[in-house]
Design a binder for this molecule. Structure first.
Ligand code: NAP
Length: 285
């Protein structure tokens, strides 16, 4: 298959490596010529350009730009595409993207690989990023089933675990497990950095180990991506943040009241509930 990728960063570059690994011909477009040159050098694409014209003959295009650039990218891309070409995206939020792109191109299938790191840019891309990770597709009533099948088959070939749901459900669920954690993790780093005693602050920085590394990872990631998650999933994120604030207030209350029994029961409950989210044997589709 001839596949186009627009936006050769962490996600686009990683997709290029894996799709080429599956034997597809991959053509890449990015904003900077230097990125295009590196993509060719790293074997992520067969050819690359800063000009969308390069994608004139592709069967499927993955739009992997930052969220705000998706709609304008599709708009510029359309004049070059064959009428049967399928466009998909990888954006972390779905409702706003699906609602803006579908009226422009009916063969559009919203997508979101639940995979990433705190790094960004082409140098952060690597192969097998998506292996064994969830990959969500968000077709709507008008999405042609054939287009969904094409994208599903392609992403499944990267050994992802495909899950199909509505854009709205995606955004609510992603707010809980992806967008809220970014904001919580950011607050954690921010709060620690507010320690006013410089000796204590330095000591905390020195002794910070695996626990802090795990809990601060997503809050210390790509700032543009975190901002776009909030901007394009504002409603669901605010809902989750509100519930989180309530939950945090309850913990403060338990500690203030020295209700250690209730606190332990709560921690016990969370230990059980966590497995529902991180169980490696979860079922998909
Ligand atoms: P990234 O590493 O910053 O890559 C995006 C790349 O797109 C940039 O490096 C830039 O490349 C290029 N670009 C920017 N504007 C462009 C434009 N107008 N036209 C063409 N190329 C453009 O970001 P990412 O983490 O890969 O995220 C990309 C998309 O994946 C986002 O929509 C995000 O929501 C989604 N996503 C991210 C993650 C994650 O954990 N990072 C996970 C799942 C989905 P140059 O300027 O170097 O050419």
């Amino acid at each position: 298959m001839n596949i186009g990728i627009v936006g050769l960063g962490l996600i686009g570059g990683s997709l290029g490596l894996d799709l080429r690994g599956c034997g597809h011909r991959v053509l890449g477009v990015s904003r900077q010529q230097l990125t295009c040159d590196r993509a060719i050098e790293f074997g992520m694409v067969d050819d690359a350009s800063i000009d969308l014209k390069l994608l004139a003959k592709v069967d499927v295009v993955f739009v992997c730009t930052p969220i705000a650039a998706i709609m304008p990218t599709v708009q510029y891309l359309i004049p070059y595409l064959g009428s049967q070409a399928v466009i998909t995206d990888v954006a972390s939020t779905k409702k706003a993207v699906v609602e803006s792109v579908t009226p422009m191109w009916s063969h559009f299938v919203g997508g979101h690989p639940m995979a990433g790191t705190e790094q960004s840019g082409i140098d952060a891309a690597f192969s097998n990023l998506f292996a064994n990770k969830p990959y969500i597709l968000t077709p709507i009533e008008t999405t042609p089933p054939d287009a969904v099948k094409i994208v599903q088959k392609l992403v499944q070939s990267l050994t992802t675990k495909v899950y199909i749901c509505s854009p709205e459900d995606h955004d609510r669920a992603a707010a809980w497990v992806s967008h809220l954690p970014v904001m919580v993790s950011n607050s954690l780093i921010d709060a620690c950095g507010r320690e006013t005693n410089s000796v204590v602050l330095h000591l905390a920085q020195v002794i910070a180990s695996s626990g802090f590394r795990d809990t601060s990872r997503v809050g210390g990631g790509n700032p543009e991506l975190g901002m776009m998650m909030a901007r394009y999933n504002k409603h669901s994120l605010l809902r989750s943040l509100g519930a989180y604030r309530q939950s945090l207030d309850q913990i403060i209350e338990l500690v203030e009241q020295e209700d250690w029994q209730a606190l332990e029961a709560r921690l016990q409950q969370a230990k059980l509930e966590r497995t529902e989210f991180v169980d490696p044997n979860k079922k998909y589709i």
